[in-house]
Write a protein that binds this ligand. Sequence first.
Ligand code: ADP
Length: 398
Amino acid sequence: MNQLVLVVNSGSSSIKYQLVDVGTGDALAGGLVERIGEGGEGSLRHDGPAGRTERTQPVPDHEAGVRAVLDLFEEVGPSLTAGGLTAVGHRVVQGGDRFTEPVLVDDQVEAAIADLSPLAPLHNPPNLAGIRAARHAFPDLPHVAVFDTAFHHTLPDAARTYAIDREVARAHGIRRYGFHGTSHAYVARRTAELLGKDPADVNLIVAHLGNGASITAVRGGESVETSMGLTPLEGLVMGTRSGDVDPAVIFHLQRVAGMSTDDIDALLNRRSGMLGLAGANDLRDIHDAIEAGDGDARLALDVYCHRLKHYIGAYYAILGTVDAIAFTAGVGENDDVVRELSLAGLDRLGITVDPDRNAGRKKADTVVSPDGAEVTVLVVPTNEELEIARQAVAVASA
Ligand code: ADP
């Protein structure tokens, strides 16, 4: 029997959704509602069996956004009411110490997600708004929350602990949580499969390079180190986030530039990274600018790849031996220059890239290292929606 799951990823002003057939792994439909609650018209895009439907209409809140999505499904298909949904899967960014696995949502779970909002103020509240609206729309279906942090609950204490006063850290839940867990879990499992090995028998480095970016060391199927920390701001250089900076940069900006906490939050999360260095967050624009001779764009790419290499070396050391390095998400799958530069010069570690195999964008799983390389380098397109759908079915049918 088909097991259909509606996967919902609800952001502050957007709802991304996909209808997934867990049996075949296919996405039957999907789309995006944007500009929710921004005053003007919201925009809707739905891709289904009848092709693409686009429209604008007022979408004052997430409740209205979910209703608009359901209307689209009924109007242009596939019908959700007729199709027999098994469950609704919800992406939730921060699960804290409480949620180390996906859970069936009830009122207590909703309250706990709300309680975790101080740790993820930009993400958990809109995630919860999406859950509430969808539970309202489908009161009789199981709703499953799948947490970005859950895959990283295996981080050893030495990796998850910040060296700050332990009482302060304990009182405020300050530790490294890690994010993008759904993607890292999916890609790690798929990579082991492609190597023809049991996940328990391999050591992997997974680089999820999208607009947000993180890298994870996976030993025997478990996350043992990851670059994002208390929040998704730590680690790699990202589209608009700085990644690692000396924390004293913040005090300096407060004291010397008179910036407020919110100003600095916005600076580091939304106006830094590639956007801050080169004026564009999209790597395609960075490459175009480099072609045109833009030195800032050149430096931005160098900083990006330097940081990535720094982490790859660190995670090699953490793991001791590495069977494979997998690149995924928008940059990881499409940007051959980033893959090449971040691994350049690592031959002594058994890491090499075959230029012909590496060239171009990869729409499917592809090995880009030469035959017989000590470390297999691959591109493995991520599929967070399928992973959420699978986990939702597993929880709903348990
Ligand atoms: P998100 O992190 O928002 O889920 P994606 O994983 O889709 O997004 O990554 C989006 C990013 O992927 C873009 O900002 C861009 O930097 C990068 N990207 C997409 N296509 C290409 C391409 N052809 N070449 C280089 N980078 C690309």
